[in-house]
Design a protein. Structure first.
Length: 166
């Protein structure tokens, strides 16, 4: 959102830092995935940013692009959000047998490494950040993901935080 996530900050004694921001609630939606190569143990980060809410068609399109990029069959681990279930059913109905879907237990965001990625982006990279507009926020998101992508140790930590062995 265009509203900053306010975190603690340092300032001179008697002069607390003040964040001046717009009272706007524009926002972006992000679809993201972490990939793990079974043989090489290589980790990848993929994402798509859009200005409207994520729909099942957006998830289908994202998964098809991800599969084309990875050039092999994909095991997709999803939470039980309705949009994800609808997208999975539609992909199976279309005969996209290149996907194997596994489902996380209900109400278990702590088992989802992508949730840790979102937390890192919001609470670490974009804490106290005040974008001028949606384009500025999109630039900051893409910059944050590009920096995160270049740190394989950090990507691995998202799996370890979910207590998943890799």
């Amino acid at each position: 959102m265009l509203q900053p996530l306010v975190r603690r900050s340092w300032g001179p004694a008697g002069c607390p830092p003040v964040l001046y921001c717009w009272d706007r609630h524009d926002r972006l939606s992000v679809i993201g995935a972490l990939s793990l190569s079974a043989r090489r143990r290589r980790i990848g980060l993929y994402f798509a940013v859009q200005e409207c809410n994520v729909t099942a068609q957006d998830v289908q399109r994202f998964l098809r692009q991800l599969r084309r990029h990875l050039r092999r069959d994909v095991i997709v681990v999803l939470d039980r959000w309705g949009v994800h279930r609808t997208a999975a059913r539609a992909l199976w109905a279309d005969g996209a047998n290149r996907f194997w879907f596994e489902w996380l237990p209900p109400y278990a965001p702590d088992l989802n490494p992508v949730e840790t990625l979102w937390g890192h982006t919001k609470h670490d990279d974009l804490a106290n950040y005040i974008p001028d507009d949606v384009r500025d926020l999109q630039w900051a998101l893409e910059s944050s993901f590009a920096q995160t992508r270049q740190r394989p140790g950090l990507l691995r930590s998202f799996y370890h935080a979910a207590e998943l062995d890799i």
